[in-house]
Structure formats: C-alpha cells, structure tokens
Design a protein around this ligand. Structure first.
Ligand code: KG4
Ligand code: ZN
Length: 333
C-alpha cells in the first residue's frame, strides 16, 4: 500500500500545502502574502488572517496537482513550530480537523528540521552524516545531520538571524520586505567596495547585530556628506553587505567542517536562495574537496514539500501526534 502524506506549512507568512507519495513530492503549492510589504515586515495578525483565507484553496490545489483525493491520504503532517503562534494555529487546527474527520494519523514537524530535510525532496540526496548551514528569517544554525530525524545543533546565532540581517539592512536602504532577494539582485550589479567589520565571536556561534549597527552608522555618516549616497551607490552597498554576511556564514561553516571532519556540506533555509552564498559554498567546496548540496529554489524558502519529507520519515517510524497537540512558538531542535 502507498504512503500518501498531505503536509501543511503556516509558520510565518507563506501558506503552503504539499502531497508526497512514497517519498516523492507530487505537488508543492505556496501562497505568499503581499499585505506585509507596506509595513516593512510580517504583521502577525495580518498573517493569521491571510492563512485562514489561503489554506483551503492551497490544500485543494496541492491535492488536485497530485491527483490525490482526501480519502487516499495515509496521514497529515503539519508544522508545529517554531514560528508565529497565530500563523501556526491556523495550520495546526486545519491539520487536526482534517485528520480527525478522515480518522488518519497526525504528524507534527519541527520547521527547522524540515528545512534541513529539504535536501531529500529531490536528487542529489546527501549521505549521512552531513553538515547543514540552515539560514532563514528567524534562525541561523550549523547542524550535524546524523539521520533523517537525528540532528545536533553545533552553532547558532546569539542575536539576529542571517535573514534578519538582510531584511533589516534592506529596510535601512529603503527596500521592500523581505529585502533578501532585492539585495541579492542588486548585489549582482555592484562591487563590494565598502568594508564592514566581521564580528569577533569565537567558536561556531554567529552574531549579526553588530553588522547591522555598523551599516547604520556608515550610512548616517555618508548621508551627512551626500544625501543621495544610497541612491548613487545602492548596488555597491548591497554587494558589500551581502559579501560580509556570506563571509561570516562561510567562515563558521569552514570551521565546523574542520572541527567535525565532515566533508559533505549543505545549506538550507530562505537565505540559501542567495546567489552569493550558493557561489561561495560551491567555490569553497572545490577548494576544500567537499561534496556540496544546495536545494532547488522552491525548497529553500518556506514550503510544505520539506514538511512532507520530514512528516513521511516520522510517519514510517509511527511517530504520531495526539489530537490535542498545540502549536509552539519556540521549540528547541
Ligand atoms: O526560510 P524562510 O522562507 O522563512 C523563515 O523560516 O524565516 O526565510 C525567509 C528569509 C527572509 O529573511 C528573506 O529575506 C531571506 O530568507 N531570503 C533571502 C533570499 N531569498 C530569501 N536572503 C538573501 N538572498 C535571497 N535570495
Ligand atoms: Zn523557514
């Protein structure tokens, strides 16, 4: 008998549903939320309401694209956390109600574990153990991935996440939220000729709040002399900011590979869509003799396909959630 999983992701501002059949993703639909752009960041209340409006159409679309009926489903996987509580509640309540009505198991998924498991959405799939730098809007972690559901976090941010560093800098530059993709696009036309300091933090942890402050003071100083400084130098500023964020991430990843002796190295999460980071990983991989793994774009940013992969492996192990399961905003991996 086939194992058919419907997965739901609603941890932040993307509503997503995916269908996986025996380990293969047949559909992965995402409804983004434009409403946050005008506020320069995700507004939790607006996000919850948009999830409520989007969830049924997105689930319908995922089932339709996969050619699967609800009565074919073996189980329902959902993001339990971490994330915005109001956003999570929509996905969790939907998953619970559908699982209850179909009398099939519910499978809870940790969002950051799922970002790592995006590497198993398509070939090439890494072998265990591998190192994964998971970089998103809320998290920055280096993880030793020992098995599908066995991961050890060996480094993480002590303040802002890498995605926040992109988004907050973008806000200073007047770019729309989320600014990561805009900085990426502008950086490709610029030169990294402004230098921002690398944080002096030992070990495998990261810090990005100092970078944000140094960019703020740099811009203030330049704007006093030339009020058009940002407009005139936008591409070069973006290239310089991206260059520094990427070098901070890569230095720690190189250190982690040296310390663990692991040579299969992957990146995951929204920021792994960044072209500078993707190029830096490939370049460093060639220099160091690593095998490198980068997910396809659709599996980098938030998507239910990755939730389906994680849910499938938990389903096979019989790790089901009770019907009174609650979403959790904070959840250690
Ligand atoms: O994983 P994700 O979709 O959501 C969270 O779980 O947070 O990551 C979103 C983050 C945002 O900060 C966004 O600016 C960043 O990923 N991002 C990028 C790029 N695409 C998305 N950052 C840099 N370059 C990109 N191309
Ligand atoms: Zn995410």
């Amino acid at each position: 008998m086939q194992t058919i999983i419907l997965a739901i992701e609603s941890s932040c501002d993307d509503t997503s549903a995916a269908v996986l059949v025996d380990g293969q993703i047949l559909s992965n639909c995402v409804a983004g939320q434009e409403a946050h752009r005008q506020y320069g960041g995700v507004v939790p209340e607006v996000a919850s309401r948009a999830h409520q409006a989007n969830i049924i159409p997105v689930v319908h679309m995922a089932l339709q694209q996969a050619g699967v009926r609800t009565t074919d489903l073996s189980g329902i996987a959902f993001t339990r956390g971490p994330g915005l509580i109001g956003s999570l509640i929509v996905g969790v309540s939907f998953a619970k109600a559908l699982a209850m009505s179909l009398d099939i198991p519910l499978v809870e998924v940790h969002h950051m574990q799922a970002h790592v498991l995006a590497h198993f959405a398509e070939d090439p799939r890494p072998d265990f153990p591998f190192l994964c730098l998971t970089v998103s809007g809320g998290h920055t972690q280096i993880v030793i991935v020992k098995d599908y559901l066995d991961m050890e976090v060996i480094g993480s941010t002590i303040d802002d996440a890498a995605g926040e560093a992109f988004d907050k800098t973008g806000k200073l530059l007047g770019l729309d939220y989320p600014a990561g993709p805009h900085i990426d696009r502008l950086a490709r036309q610029g030169k990294a000729r402004f230098s921002f300091p690398e944080p002096q933090i030992t070990g495998l942890d990261f810090s990005f709040s100092g970078l944000k402050t140094s960019i703020l003071y740099f811009l203030k100083k330049e704007l006093r002399q030339n009020p058009q400084f940002i407009e005139q130098n936008l591409e070069d500023i973006c290239a310089s900011v991206q260059d520094r964020i990427v070098s901070i991430l890569m230095h720690k990843l190189i250190l982690a590979a040296e310390q663990t002796g692991i040579r299969d190295v992957a990146i995951a999460g929204g920021v792994s869509a960044n072209s500078g980071l993707r190029e830096a990983l490939e370049q460093t991989g060639r220099e160091k003799g690593w095998r490198t793994f980068i997910p396809a774009f659709e599996y980098c940013t938030d998507n239910a396909g990755m939730i389906a992969v994680a849910g499938y492996h938990k389903f096979l192990k019989g790790e089901f959630a009770p019907l009174d399961v609650r979403p959790v905003a904070r959840w250690e991996m």
